[in-house]
Design a protein around this ligand. Sequence first.
Ligand SMILES: Cc1cc2nc3c(=O)[nH]c(=O)nc-3n(C[C@H](O)[C@H](O)[C@H](O)COP(=O)(O)O)c2cc1C
Ligand code: SF4
Ligand code: FES
Length: 592
Amino acid sequence: MEKPDKLILRLIEEAKGRQGTLFYILNGIIKEIGYIPEDAVMLIAESLNISKAEVYGFLSFFKNYNADVESDRAYRKIIVCKSESCEASGSKQLLEHIKTSLNLDFGKYSFDGKYFLDYVYCFGHCSSSPVVKVDGLLYEKVTPETFDEIIKKLPEPDVKNSDFINIADLKNTKNYRKSIIFKRCGNINPLSVEDYVNAGGFSALKRVVAEIKSSGDDGKLLFINELKRSKLRGRGGAGFSAGIKWETVFKEKFGVKYIICNADEGDSGAYADRIILENDPMSVIEGMIIAALITGAEYGYIYLRSEYARTKSILENVLSLLKKTDYLGKNILGLGLGFDIDLITGAGSYLCGEETALMESIENKRGTVRMRPPVPAVSGLYGQPTVLNNVLTFAYAAYIFKDNSNLEYFLSLGTENSKGTMPFQVSGAVKNSGIFELPFGVTLKEVLNLAEAYESAKMVQIGGPLGAYFSLNDEFLNLKLSYEDVSEKGGMLGHGGIIVFDNKTDLKYRLLSSLDFFIDESCGKCAPCRIGTVRVKELFERVLKKQNIEENLKIIDDILESMKNLSLCGFGAGIHMPVRSLLAFYKNEIKT
Ligand SMILES: Cc1cc2nc3c(=O)[nH]c(=O)nc-3n(C[C@H](O)[C@H](O)[C@H](O)COP(=O)(O)O)c2cc1C
Ligand code: SF4
Ligand code: FES
């Protein structure tokens, strides 16, 4: 095995000229030896000419670097998903079983030193939850019984071998009726440029190149206007107009410009980004290349969450394939304009899905949120104009630009303010979990029917951990799934995840788990969120002890209101949605 100092020096050398240098080096160390040795901090700081405090500040921010175990210690690492969809599918009972049968607790070894237990907030395999990772292998639909079987059959531990997954889950991708961007998934080889081209891929890019060749900036404006006309809204959660974002970057006349694809997909219950990146990655890349040619960017980055090991390997392969063609590189399709894409892998922070925290982390800083304005389109990565969009937004842009009939079809679907389709990702208490790409405006009931929700289904959470919980009564079953309709009912559509909970859901446990998540993931930059998350949990614990229930619930509500109005980003500002809606359920439960 390579000696740690040699390994670190090699990684530092390889990282030169890349963005996301610290991620590259530290992720490389973790992959090879499982923890960050004390000496690494000094070595990295000296080599990169930054302070030790900066390196230490960075690595202490990210969950993946917290391990302090010696590499040669024989242990089996068990990582359990603690998030909503897994909970709705039985992870609470599973976790109790793991803890009692192996004498374990989070962050601790078993008595015999053989097992180590850790947790993650969502593996992005929610349609097959509960999910557990043991020694680098991901197991889906795990029950206490199958867990015992897994443990019995384990081969000798191999700390390094953490990059593959044992179950393909394309079977869970449903291409229902109005499928637009998921149409190719499962029907082409994701690693074949030929397959992609034969299935209509790169037609939009060719159209854009031809138009820019003949009309220059007027050609670029034509596409910006098409994008604005399509009313495409970013699919990462906030639903901002993609056309306005691209136009802003196009209009910036100075500086290096960047394209960033946000593939951090941290929402529990969300996995559409992963599925498309693994099965039709070139559609996303095509959207990024088009964005670059139109706005004048030369460098692009896909920022991928670290939990997506298989996605990472597919993307590495696809990018290296495309770099050998003229779809990427110095002279795209003979246009005389260049664009290249690199992959950056994060290190276990939900908050780094927020666009400014994401860019901070690429710049080797802790993943904390920046003040806005300026928005990233004006001052993004390294203060330069940056188009930062979600994975799906780029795929939709490539679809829309292919030809006029695609644009018209897109416009014909959906509601007034939410055009086109959304891949709704359903999991939890349903028979038929998976992705249903349907037009906006479909009702919750229709989606739940397609997913065959259990009769015992009691409530849903829409839009990830910051989304509201809705009771499955007539009012909410008829709720139209669009940005505007869901927010009118006090929630948010977010990235389109829908987690179904049955009537056995332990609401107290649900509330405490989500409060733990908020405390864990707050970046700490602003006081309302940093302090508010902790205070809300303390007060709720008092409620559980039946201490001044009404008074404490009132204080919780006041704090949530302050967080909503005063937090710096959507994380603190959004916490009131799940907490208030859950408390409403819980209040009914403790009163009955
Ligand atoms: C706490 C938090 C987490 C977020 N996580 C993600 C994410 O994982 N993926 C994503 O695309 N957007 C995420 N966003 C939204 C991004 O900040 C940003 O709005 C989005 O990536 C822009 O792309 P879009 O316009 O295509 O949606 C998050 C926002 C917040 C406040
Ligand atoms: S709201 Fe929370 S996550 Fe957002 S900036 Fe403030 S402390 Fe950070
Ligand atoms: S894999 Fe557990 S909630 Fe997503």
